[in-house]
Structures are given as structure tokens and as C-alpha cells.
Design a protein around this ligand. Structure first.
Ligand code: 5GP
Ligand code: ZN
Length: 135
């Protein structure tokens, strides 16, 4: 895959500070961390979105994220953490190579809250129906 910064990292063409490697994933320190200890778990293979990642790989991702989150929170002395994956540019994904963010948290004020508001209960059943139709 040309022009992919994370493929370059996997292949060692761009340096990275790694905390874990296995046959499917590399976990490394984020170069522009949201918080102290921010890690990325990236797939060795190039998959743009979660929808592209085979289930057998995804099934290993959350147990690994759990292990890394425990190590990261202990390592930096944070009592909490966020796990998240951006999928598509509209979600804020900047690097189109699958990665899961492990973000140790010491305070809810460290990052802006996503917010949200009360659902329109007259519309919610129709939204649910539109989702069910696509399952
Ligand atoms: P996204 O917005 O795609 O979900 O997140 C991309 C993440 O990759 C960002 O947190 C950004 O700081 C990180 N990142 C971008 N380029 C590099 C790099 O060359 N090395 C490392 N370690 N992280 C990177
Ligand atoms: Zn890639």
C-alpha cells in the first residue's frame, strides 16, 4: 500500500515507539497524544475501516485493547480510559488504516465532551426500524 503512514510504520520505514507487537497488531505511542500515555493499536494489514477488518482479527482487538488499557492506566497513573475507533473522514478519521485509540484519562475535563441532547421520542422508533432493516 503506497501513501499510508501506518503501513510505513508497520514496515519500519517510519520510526515508532512500540509497546507491543504480535502477528496481527502493533501498539505504539501516538505522536500527537490526546492525553499522557495515548496509544494506538494498529493492524499489520491495511484496512481502511472497521467494516473492512475480518472478524477473526477484530475478535482479537478488544482483548488486546483491554490488556493495553490496563497497562497504560497503571503505567501513567490514570484511573480511567477511553477506547475508540474513528471510521471515515466524517468521524474524524485522519489516517485511513484501522487503528484503535487507547486514551488514559485523569479527568473528564481533559478532552471536550461529545455532548448530545435528549432524543425525539416520536422519531426514535423509526430510526431504530431503519437500523433493524439493515441488520
Ligand atoms: P485518527 O484521527 O485517524 O483516528 O487518528 C490518527 C492518529 O494517528 C492521531 O491521534 C495522530 O496523532 C496519530 N498519528 C498520525 N501520524 C502518526 C505517526 O506518524 N506516528 C504516530 N505514532 N502517530 C501518528
Ligand atoms: Zn496502511
Amino acid at each position: 500500500m503506497g501513501d499510508c503512514i501506518f503501513c510505513d510504520i508497520v514496515e519500519g520505514r517510519i520510526p515508532s515507539i512500540r509497546v507491543h507487537e504480535d502477528e496481527d497488531f502493533i501498539a505504539l505511542m501516538d505522536i500527537n497524544p490526546l492525553t499522557y500515555g495515548h496509544l494506538l493499536v494498529i493492524t499489520r494489514e491495511h484496512y481502511p475501516s472497521t467494516l473492512d477488518v475480518p472478524d477473526r482479527i477484530l475478535a482479537k482487538a478488544l482483548p488486546l485493547a483491554k490488556k493495553l488499557a490496563e497497562a497504560a492506566t497503571l503505567g501513567v497513573g490514570a484511573p480511567a480510559f477511553n477506547l475508540f475507533v474513528n471510521n471515515g473522514p466524517e468521524s474524524g478519521q485522519e489516517v485511513p488504516h484501522w487503528h484503535l485509540h487507547v486514551v488514559p484519562r485523569k479527568s473528564p475535563k481533559e478532552l471536550p465532551h461529545l455532548g448530545g441532547g435528549p432524543a425525539d421520542l416520536t422519531k426514535l422508533p423509526f430510526t431504530a426500524a431503519a437500523i433493524r432493516e439493515n441488520l
